[in-house]
Design a protein around this ligand. Structure first.
Ligand SMILES: *Cc1c(COP(=O)(O)O)cnc(C)c1O
Length: 390
C-alpha cells in the first residue's frame, strides 16, 4: 500500500501549478517590489496582480489586503493591533474557548498586559451561540474574534449572525478563516467581518505566507515596524514568490471549490458511515452537518489517540490526534475539552482530514485498516483487559 495523507487540516501539499507560477520569482524576477527600477517594478506588478486576484475572491478591495507570514501572524496582528489601537475606548475582547492557539495565546499575552478576555463556551457540537456573544459585549469591548471553522472538529460557526451583532454594537469583528478560505464560498461582505485571517499553505499554496484583511477605516496598530511596506501596516520586504504562489493557489481554489467541496463531502460521509458500520464505541466530534467538507473527527473508546496515529502511520496512513498523551494520562485538547470530552470513559481522538489527492480507494483503505488497528489497541488497553496503552 502506498502512502495515504489524511492530514490536510495541518498543511496541504503545494499544488504543482502553484510551484510552476512561483519559480520565475526565485530566478530572473528577483527584484524588491519597493525599488523604483525595472527589476523592482516587475516584482511589484506580480505582487499587485496576486493581491487583486485574492481580493476579488474575498470580495474585498485590494487596498484592504495586508500580506503576512501566515495565519499565526495574521491572528496576532488582528488581536494586538486592534487592542492597542483602541485602548482609549476599552480593554475587553470576546472570543471562544475553541480558537486556534494563535488567537488564544495572543489573548493570554493581552491579559498579562491588562486586557480582559471573555472565552465563550461552545455546545456539544462545537457551536458558539450568537446570543452569548451579544450578552458578553460590554461598553468596554473593542473586539470580537470567532473562528470561521474549527481546525480540529470542523464545526462551522454562524459568522454572519455574529458579524451582524458586532456591527450593531459597534464592536470590531475578526474571524480566523484559515480553514475555510479556498474551501468554502464566502465574501467578507457576507461574513460581516472587519478583519479576517488566511494562510496560503492550507489551500495548496506555499508555507510562510498569509494575509490579514483589514476593512477600510479600521483602527489597527502595525505589529511589524520598519520600512513601511504594505502602506506602513506591515513592514518587511515582501515575500514575492510566496505571494505569487498564494495568488495562484487562491485562483485555483476559487475555480475548483464548488466541485471539490461536493466531492470531499461525499468522501467524508462515506468514511464516517463506513466507520460507524465497522466500529463500535466511536463518536463523531463536531457538528453533523455544519462541518468542513474535508473533516472527520472521531472519539474512539478504549484507545489513545497517539497509539492510533502511530499505528496508522506504520501502515502508511497519516492522520492526527487531538489528545496529548503523557505517561499515564490522556488529556483531551482544549477543543475536545470544550465540547465536553473528558478522560472518562478513556477515549482517544482521531482527525482524518481529506483533500485534493484523496480518492475513494484511500477511504476504503482506511475503512479496512482502522478497525483492525483499533481492535489491536483495545486488546492492549486496561479497560479492555490489556496493559496500560499510553
Ligand atoms: C493552521 C492554522 C493557523 C496558523 O496558520 P500558520 O500559517 O500555520 O501560522 C491559524 N488558525 C487556524 C484555524 C489554522 O488552522
Amino acid at each position: 500500500m502506498g502512502q495515504i495523507y489524511l492530514d490536510y487540516a495541518s498543511t496541504t501539499p503545494t499544488d504543482s501549478r502553484v510551484v510552476e507560477a512561483m519559480l520565475p520569482y526565485f530566478g530572473d524576477i528577483f527584484g524588491n517590489p519597493a525599488s523604483i527600477h525595472a527589476f523592482g517594478q516587475e516584482a511589484l506588478a506580480a505582487v499587485e496582480g496576486a493581491r487583486a486576484g485574492i481580493a476579488s475572491v474575498l470580495g474585498a478591495d485590494p487596498a484592504e489586503i495586508v500580506f503576512t507570514s501566515g495565519g499565526t501572524e495574521s491572528d496576532n496582528f488582528a488581536l494586538k493591533g486592534v487592542a492597542y489601537a483602541n485602548r482609549a475606548r476599552g480593554n475587553h475582547i470576546v472570543t471562544t474557548a475553541i480558537e486556534h492557539h494563535a488567537v488564544l495565546e495572543t489573548c493570554r499575552v493581552l491579559e498579562c498586559e491588562g486586557f480582559a478576555v471573555t472565552y465563550l463556551p461552545v455546545d456539544r457540537e462545537g457551536m458558539v451561540d450568537p446570543a452569548a456573544v451579544a450578552a458578553a459585549i460590554t461598553d468596554r469591548t473593542v473586539l470580537v474574534s470567532v473562528m470561521h471553522a474549527n481546525n480540529e472538529i470542523g464545526t462551522i460557526q454562524p459568522i454572519a449572525e455574529i458579524g451582524r451583532i458586532a456591527r450593531q454594537r459597534e464592536v470590531l469583528f475578526h474571524t480566523d478563516a484559515v480553514q475555510t478560505f479556498g474551501h468554502l464560498p464566502f465574501t467578507v461582505g457576507e461574513l460581516g467581518c472587519d478583519l479576517l485571517s488566511v494562510s496560503a499553505h492550507k489551500l495548496y499554496g506555499p508555507k510562510g505566507v498569509g494575509l490579514l484583511y483589514i476593512r477600510k477605516g479600521t483602527r489597527i496598530c502595525p505589529q511589524m515596524n520598519g520600512g513601511e511596506q504594505e502602506k506602513g501596516r506591515r513592514s518587511s520586504t515582501l515575500n514575492v514568490p510566496g505571494i505569487v504562489g498564494f495568488g495562484k493557489a487562491a485562483e485555483l481554489a476559487a475555480a475548483e471549490l464548488g466541485a471539490e467541496a461536493a466531492r470531499l463531502t461525499a468522501l467524508r460521509d462515506r468514511l464516517i458511515g463506513g466507520l460507524f458500520a465497522r466500529l463500535a464505541g466511536v463518536r463523531l466530534n463536531g457538528h453533523p452537518t455544519r462541518r468542513l467538507p474535508n473533516n472527520v473527527n472521531l472519539s474512539v473508546e478504549g484507545v489513545d489517540g497517539e497509539g492510533m496515529v502511530l499505528s496508522l502511520d506504520m501502515l502508511g496512513i497519516a492522520a492526527a490526534t487531538g489528545s496529548a498523551c503523557s505517561s499515564s494520562s490522556v488529556e483531551p485538547s482544549h477543543v475536545l475539552a470544550a465540547i465536553g470530552l473528558g478522560q472518562d470513559p478513556p477515549q482517544g481522538s482521531l482527525r482524518l482530514s481529506l483533500g485534493r489527492q484523496t480518492t475513494e480507494a484511500d477511504i476504503d483503505a482506511v475503512l479496512e485498516t482502522l478497525p483492525e488497528v483499533v481492535g489491536r489497541l483495545r486488546a492492549l488497553a486496561p479497560r479492555y483487559g490489556g496493559e496500560e496503552a499510553c
